[in-house]
Design a binder for this molecule. Structure first.
Ligand code: HEM
Length: 512
């Protein structure tokens, strides 16, 4: 019976004995195939992954009814052996729905709420200023600047420690840990130990994946507990800067967290926050180059509403509907998490005429929803203007009663806790980048011809991010360049509090 689809499950592709659909489940960019199947089997279909079952949700209606309204039943995560070893079962993003997860989630409250997120806006604004300052001075290093920005803004918010430069041992250690995490979560990078648990009986010397998970743990521990140590030392010196973990440490007893839990909490926020933000900004710039009309309209709006005599403030965002639409359209066109982060069914769930057994994995196929030609006019065209026609950017006549614009941040009890922090970062950067610069294709130095960007050249990995591309970045006027210089100089006051260093990376917290 293993691999066979039971009669109470939604339909899906034909299975083969034992493997079910494992043999046809794509290893890379799975959302393309999940979308193809959605067009054939509907907005709720099932896959058999060996003895396990997965369902794929590809409509706003099913998200609302199954993921949001039955969130108490669909809030678990699938088993993840590799992550459990790497993060000692304390990685909030892949943890099962248990007491430890609830404690961690509760402690994230100060980031989770819109009011809590406001506290972190000054450092976000200052870091965004550094991003445009860096681009002004070395426009060829776009990807380095975006990565520095997105890492530094999250380490500042979470650990109270910023990184003015990309080349330093700590940023290197962060990326080593993040790269290890990408390997751990990459589908197909190791044998399917969760689907075929007997593989775990293989001794470590023959099981390279077990060694890999432990290697990942060493890297994650090294950087996360180092950054936590810096934060603790700052508190001891009485030099608090209001970062997120200071609040958690001060309320450690109230939250019921151990030091080990706090270290991994910092780590999950860093992983969850840094790469998603940079992936989004990379995609947005790629789209602005590939679809110059969108860039032109954003420039027109910024010229009309802001002009070139002053810098932007977060409050300006409310008066910039096209910039808002640009963010929505980037989420739609190139979602950072195209099939979400898989959920799992906690206790048997019933939906429509189906029974989803406990442990069923759920993929929310954001790509399939956002690229559905029945819902969006020309879904393969990047057109922010669609969001000016109606709130959800849909074709006329589509029933939008089930829609919400933040499905890109997930659903139900697992909804992204960094959503408000992320929204601030995206708003600040969309405004700043477009106000300051014009983005266009790179020029071939030999032929002098423009080199078009490839909107499908994306990296494999847990988040959907473009492979590095070349482009030309020019400041839009000397008046703007002068304002950037002046803003950067005044941002120093904000930066200083996040730059104190007490110990070097080599003195990693040995007591852990
Ligand atoms: C563009 C930016 C971002 C996007 C698109 C994004 C997207 C997501 C998605 C889709 C999930 C899974 C939700 C679910 O399972 O239903 C998630 C979870 C998570 N995100 Fe984000 N995120 C972003 C920024 C951030 C930031 C800035 C932080 C931290 C400050 C963060 C921290 C987390 C954490 C800790 C989880 C795990 C939640 C849990 O399982 O309980 N994310 N995010």
């Amino acid at each position: 019976k293993i691999g066979r689809r039971g009669p109470t499950l939604p339909p899906g592709p034909p299975t083969v004995p034992l493997l079910g659909n494992l043999n046809i489940f794509p290893k890379d960019f799975a959302f393309f195939k999940l979308t193809e199947w959605a067009r054939e089997y509907g907005d709720l279909y099932s896959l058999k992954l060996g003895p396990e079952t997965a369902v794929v949700v590809t409509s706003m209606k099913a998200i609302k009814e199954l993921m949001d309204q039955q969130s108490g039943l669909t809030c678990d995560r699938p088993k993840h052996y590799m992550s459990d070893v790497m993060y000692k079962q304390l990685y909030a993003a892949s943890m099962r729905y248990n007491e430890n997860w609830r404690l961690l989630r509760k402690s994230m409250h100060s980031i989770l709420t819109p009011n809590g997120a406001v506290e972190h806006q000054p450092i976000q604004a200052a870091e965004s200023t550094q991003l445009i300052y860096d681009l002004l001075h070395s426009p060829d290093d776009l990807f380095t600047h975006l990565r520095r920005y997105s890492t530094s803004v999250i380490t500042s918010i979470v650990f109270g420690k910023r990184f003015p430069q990309y080349d330093c041992p700590e940023v290197e250690a962060i990326f080593k840990s993040v790269d290890a995490s990408a390997v751990i979560f990459e589908p197909g990078a190791h044998p399917p130990v969760d689907q075929l648990p007997f593989l775990n009986y293989i001794p470590e010397r023959w099981a390279s994946w077990k060694r890999k998970a432990k290697w990942g743990n060493r890297l994650a521990r090294r950087i996360n507990f180092h950054l936590l140590g810096l934060c603790e030392e700052r508190i001891q010196r009485g030099e608090e800067n209001g970062c997120f973990l200071e609040g958690v440490i001060e309320n450690q007893e109230k939250y019921g967290l151990t030091r080990k839990m706090i270290g991994y909490l910092g780590g999950v926020l860093l992983d969850g926050g840094a790469h998603t933000t940079s992936a989004f900004l990379q995609s947005m710039i790629l789209c602005l180059i590939a679809f110059p009309e969108a860039q032109k309209r954003a420039h027109e709006e910024l010229d009309r509403v802001i002009g070139e005599d002053r810098a932007l403030r977060l409050e300006d965002f409310d008066n910039l509907p096209y910039c808002q639409a640009l963010i929505n359209e980037t989420h739609r066109f190139r979602p950072v998490a195209p099939h979400g982060v898989p959920h799992a069914v906690l206790k048997e769930a019933r939906y429509r005429d189906y029974v989803l057994p406990q442990g069923t994995v759920i993929f929310v196929n954001a790509w399939g929803i956002y690229h559905d030609p029945d819902v969006y006019e020309d879904p393969e065209i990047f057109n922010p203007g669609r969001y000016l026609q109606n709130e959800f950017g849909t074709k006329p006549g589509v029933d939008v009663s089930y829609f919400r614009n933040n499905i890109i941040f997930g659903s139900g009890r697992r909804m992204c806790p960094g959503m408000h922090v992320a929204n601030t970062s995206l708003a600040l950067n969309v405004m700043n980048l477009l106000w300051a610069f014009e983005f266009s294709p790179a020029v071939d130095p030999k032929t002098g011809k423009l080199l078009p960007v490839d909107i499908f050249n994306y990296e494999k990995g847990p988040f959907y991010a473009p492979a590095p591309f070349s482009c030309t970045i020019k400041p839009r006027s000397s008046a703007r360049s002068q304002i950037i210089e002046a803003e950067y100089a005044s941002a120093r006051v904000v930066f200083e509090k996040f730059e104190s260093v007490a110990k070097e990376l080599e003195v990693v917290d040995e007591t852990y």
